[in-house]
Design a protein around this ligand. Structure first.
Ligand code: HEM
Length: 200
């Protein structure tokens, strides 16, 4: 299976054919693996043992996650995503920043999320990022707040999301891929911004 990246979004027809050969999750995972690698590399540069770095790490997430969750709220994500409101983590992120006496940073501009396909694509990235979060939380000192990295998810909630994603019969899967890539792009932009602020 050809790996799809943001750069190959022009070939809509062949991507749709790829989608038909696999699940929507598989299509999104393959299509954004290079994007994931880039955000992973940027976020791995924060030293989560260090208070300043940890605040920057959370602030980078806030710059991207808050506007995306707000956009998903506005577009009625609850219509199609099971337990959408329980999946949101904006409040946890703000609570952790508050506990660290850090300000909530300004939001970046969220990508357009209008169609159901775009909603699924964006939600896939946010939901998937919880997998990395659980892994990263192990490196955070006990005295730092981690409600964002370790949200109290109902048992089986990730599987429920991924199964629903696979059952979602979206008309234009390429729109889901475009939204997922755009959301990854926003996280990358946020991480770079916070890295620059840390070193300046
Ligand atoms: C240092 C930062 C990160 C690390 C170490 C990391 C690590 C991981 C790991 C280990 C998984 C696979 C877990 C599993 O299969 O059980 C995963 C999945 C995923 N991560 Fe990350 N991640 C990071 C940051 C992010 C960020 C910032 C995002 C998005 C904003 C993200 C989005 C995703 C997505 C969408 C998946 C699911 C892929 C699939 O469909 O299986 N990750 N990550």
């Amino acid at each position: 299976m050809k790996s799809l990246t943001t750069g190959s979004l022009a070939t809509h027809e062949s991507e749709h054919d790829n989608y038909k050969e696999q699940s929507l999750r598989g299509y999104l995972r393959d299509g954004t693996s290079a994007n994931h690698q880039r955000v992973d590399e940027q976020f791995a540069r924060f030293n989560l043992n260090d208070r300043h770095d940890y605040i920057s790490f959370l602030s980078a997430h806030a710059r991207a996650l808050l506007p995306i969750e707000a956009a998903l709220d506005q577009q009625g994500a609850h219509r199609i995503i099971p337990e959408w409101s329980a999946r949101r983590r904006s409040d946890m992120l703000c609570a952790d920043l508050n506990r660290l006496n850090a300000e909530i940073p300004p939001s970046l501009a969220a990508p357009q999320l209008k169609s159901d396909a775009q909603i699924w694509g964006a939600a896939y990235v946010l939901e998937g990022s919880k997998l990395g979060g659980a892994f990263l939380a192990k490196g955070v000192p006990d005295n730092f707040p981690t409600s964002f990295l370790t949200p109290n998810m109902a048992k089986g909630s990730m599987k429920l999301f991924m199964d629903s994603l696979d059952r979602a019969d979206v008309d234009h899967p390429v729109e889901a891929l475009g939204a997922a890539a755009a959301v990854f792009g926003l996280f990358l932009q946020a991480a770079r911004l916070e890295r620059e602020r840390l070193v300046s």
